[in-house]
Design a protein around this ligand. Sequence first.
Ligand code: FRU
Length: 492
Amino acid sequence: MKQFKFNKYTTILEVQKEQLEELIRFSKNDPWKPIFHIHPECGLLNDPNGLSYFNKEYHVFYQWFPFGSIHGIKHWAHVKSKDLVHWERMPVAIIPTEEYEVHGAYSGSAIVKNDELLLFYTGNIKYSEETRTANQCLAIMNKKYKISKSLVNPVITGIPEGYTGHVRDPKVWEDSGKYYMMLGAQRKNLTGTLIIYESNNAIDWNFKGELKTSLVNFGYMWECPDFFKLQGKDILVFSPQGMEKNGHDYQNLDNVIYAVGTLDINELTFDIEYTSELDKGFDFYVPQTFQDALGRRIMFGWAGMPEIQYPSDINQWAHCLTVPRELILEDNVLKQKPVRELETLRNDHKNIQGMLDDNLVEMENDSNSYELDLEFTAIQSSEIQLTLFKSEGEAFIICFDLKKNVVSIDRQNFVNSVGKEYGYVRTGELKIGEKITARIFVDKSIVEIFLNNGDLVFTSRIFPKETITRIEISATGTLTYHVDKYNLTRGI
Ligand code: FRU
């Protein structure tokens, strides 16, 4: 690849079209590039932003640095879809060209107002770690996809008293004619929290205060808050940084939690009834949700982690989003279901079923973008292993410990390893019982596992040496299995 000059703060306006095309060509044939997960053609993707259903189409924006796999100056990239599974790449949506966003157009959310899509984001200003500040900004997209930055930008200048420069990632919503903006923030004592602004028109904002919750001393910064109602409950999702590992919890460098309870917006309190992590895999961070025309609450997450090198980095692209997942609240637990539209990507159905007795079965597989739907019935079994990405010397092992009711995933056995400094195994608790059901989506270098109707979810990146890999099931004791496999076709 020809080298061209750019630095961390080079925007897409400062390079020639041919240079970008060269980068796209260079990363195009990477065998780890997913085919139905939203990913960048080149450069680095991180958080999903501005998720919305607007003018009969789904819109997903994401944090993007175009040149190589580093966290350089963030743009907002844009893809759209009519069905949530086939995505069209759109021109870059937000380029940080103004003084108020000079070091990046950071994450944010969208609302529909007067036939326009309002995109709220953070203008990042970072002269050094100590002299960092943030402005909250607005860009407006019309029905013809034309995006203009608001002339009154920034809609909020700087940081309110009591917080460091880490205030960002506006989540905006409307309630009874009023608009609210929730931001992730760091207090001057270096603890994470959320703050709230209020507005009558979504342009002029007043600082209301800090949201009071029972989560005190809970990490040093809370990133990318989300807030929504589901089945009559209020739900808060955010990504705390700096949590200590605790049993099955907070096993990653940065983590995601949700809290179910009641928000009193006037008192600025959120009474928590239940909290939990959203995903127990290695690579899941800063998810965002939106409601679609069918009333579904749909979530995309970033299938990645900050500050970790990934094997595909050498091919000048990094990361992807998860598949869209419908959220359902059952007894205060958020369950995640891959949206049903994903079924339209299925072809080439295969099925195996039978019984294992201290032995193993292998399933034929000729693709590395596929879905597995399986049901295990443990008759007298203490451990079940499902192995994906199996080839000479490599294996991704999903292990069900039926005595302890623990599921673990292990990605130790790969030449191209990821984040080994943070450990090779992740675990989660699952009331396993006799029957285990799983839906698993594999797409070249990402695997998403949904157990027992979305009770427990693991999202992970895996970088196998071989492109086509085997699937194996083994059991200690007796087990019946029933597995359907579908190859999945291209969506992006
Ligand atoms: C989370 C995050 C956000 C920020 C964005 C910058 O991954 O750090 O808080 O807005 O990434 O790309």
